[in-house]
Design a protein around this ligand. Structure first.
Ligand SMILES: NC(=O)C1=CN([C@@H]2O[C@H](COP(=O)(O)OP(=O)(O)OC[C@H]3O[C@@H](n4cnc5c(N)ncnc54)[C@H](O)[C@@H]3O)[C@@H](O)[C@H]2O)C=CC1
Ligand SMILES: N[C@@H](CC=O)C(=O)O
Ligand code: NA
Length: 437
């Protein structure tokens, strides 16, 4: 056991947006952190790519190094904070830190979603902690509640707005009627969206977070490769207006569900895509670049976690929370809860996901067309909840909202519709989530 009073040594890898704020908080909160941990928390090294780069924080003399591997393998480091991002060298550095006896705190959703099990097994073998609260929804405490507070309950569903950039864009489209391209431009001008917004806009960032959420919620291993993903680039101003007419709003959702199979086994379904949700749903009120995660569990019912999902300082708050936890554990020579994957559940293909659908179909405006469209839905077992028709000279648009069906049933229906003479185009298909059937 580390003696009371003996400093716990912390190394930070990366001094960018998050790392600089971690370094700042470690310095500014040193007295409180020592009191909370029970020993001083001493920053002993900060690995950077370039010593002469401009930084948002002043790093004390002699702590900067470009030799990250040398820092994590010193052998006397208690906690390594990895805020470099990306797969390599972050993975090798975390593995080396664990092998050399350090516990690890990381914000690296991409790495945890792609190769979490390798890291969890290394932490287990080393008898050290690996915590990553900042990796999902930034400052919002969601991973610890799933791992610890809800450990005695059964989580059945997690619905998350876990990407601030796309939420900002969709919110702009909803409030101003802007198209996707204009809203993206505004997000970039305000610094929310990166110059290359692919990871956010195409849903890769949210899919990584969905994999991490599903793994913790359902005690099983889910990687980003298991997650069905669609981004928001195809969401049109018309889709957003259509949602508005139904008193809904379009959000990019990470949806993790526990599904009972016909054989009684439970499997998981994990998907990220734009969806309409009723304006009365708590997630509909999540505006601008905020994040929120809505959790449904058997005993607790419905819970909502809300706050800033990104930004250097909010993300550093989550990193520091983990740091205090693992530092306390080091001081007491114990480990906190590690990976829980005992349930070993299958991940269902997207075709087996069940939800409702909003389908806009451009058709010839003549007698019998509505009946043939309804027949196409019926033939694939998709029950229609409502139909609305808007006439335009000799053509019309039918807007069909279905009851729950599988994605495979809906895809077959759309293919059928597209082959019909009276159908000019299936102009939009959007899933509808978060409401009563
Ligand atoms: N910025 C945010 O709002 C959030 C970030 N995260 C995660 O936090 C991590 C860090 O993100 P940011 O700080 O935004 O990125 P950033 O790009 O601002 O900072 C990363 C820093 O690591 C440095 N670096 C890269 N390779 C290095 C190496 N081999 N040795 C030493 N330093 C190296 C870079 O020079 C850069 O300064 C990522 O995993 C990201 O996904 C998570 C939640 C929110
Ligand atoms: N790019 C992400 C920030 C980090 O998780 C977002 O827009 O939410
Ligand atoms: Na978080």
């Amino acid at each position: 056991m580390t003696e009371s009073g003996k400093p716990l040594k912390v190394a930070v890898l990366g001094c960018g947006s998050v790392g600089s704020q971690v370094v700042r908080l470690l310095q500014e909160q040193a007295t409180d952190l020592a009191a909370r941990v029970g020993s001083p928390v001493e920053l002993v090294g900060v690995a950077v790519r370039r010593l002469d780069a401009a930084r948002e924080v002043e790093v004390p003399e002699g702590l900067l190094t470009t030799d990250a591997e040398g820092l994590v393998s010193r052998g006397d480091i208690d906690v390594v904070v990895e805020v470099i991002g990306g797969i390599e060298p972050a993975r090798s550095l975390i593995l080396s830190a664990l092998e050399h006896g350090a516990s690890v705190v990381s914000a690296n959703k991409a790495l945890l979603a792609e190769d979490g099990p390798t890291l969890f097994e290394a932490a287990e073998k080393a008898g050290r902690d690996l915590y990553y609260e900042a990796a999902v929804a930034g400052a919002i405490p969601i991973l610890r509640p799933l791992r610890e507070s809800l450990a005695g309950d059964k989580v059945t569903r997690v619905l998350g707005i876990v990407n601030g950039t796309t939420n900002f864009i969709l919110d702009k489209m909803d409030t101003s009627g802007a198209g996707f391209a204009d809203a993206l431009e505004e997000a970039q001008a305000l610094g929310y969206a990166e110059a290359d917004p692919t990871a956010d806009v195409e849903g890769f960032d949210a899919a990584a977070k969905a994999a991490i959420l599903a793994s913790l919620a359902f005690h099983t291993r889910v990687t980003d490769a298991d997650v069905y993903r669609e981004g928001i680039a195809e969401v049109s101003a018309t889709d957003v207006a259509s949602a508005r007419e139904m008193n809904c709003v379009v959000k990019l959702l990470a949806i993790c569900e526990l599904r009972e199979q016909p054989d009684g086994e439970e499997a998981v379904s994990v998907r990220v895509h734009p969806a309409m949700i009723p304006r009365s749903h708590p997630l509909a009120s999540v505006r601008e670049a905020y994040n929120a995660v809505f959790v449904e569990s058997e005993a607790a019912g419905q819970l909502m976690f809300y706050g800033p999902g990104a930004g250097g300082s909010p993300t550093a708050s989550a990193v520091l929370g983990d740091l205090v936890t693992v530092a306390r554990n080091r001081r007491n020579d114990v480990r906190g809860p590690g990976e829980s994957s005992y349930a070993d559940r299958a991940v269902l293909p997207m075709g087996e996901a069940r939800t409702r659908y909003h389908v806009a179909i451009d058709v010839d405006d003549r007698a019998g067309v509505l009946a043939t469209v309804a027949t196409a839905f019926a033939e694939h077992g998709v029950s229609i909840r409502t139909v609305r028709q808007e006439g335009r000279d000799d053509d019309a648009q039918l807007v069909v909202v279905s009851h729950e069906a599988t994605d495979a049933q809906l895809s077959a229906t759309v293919a059928h519709l597209q082959g019909m003479d009276s159908v000019r185009e299936v102009s939009s298909v959007m899933r509808v989530e978060g409401g009563a059937e």
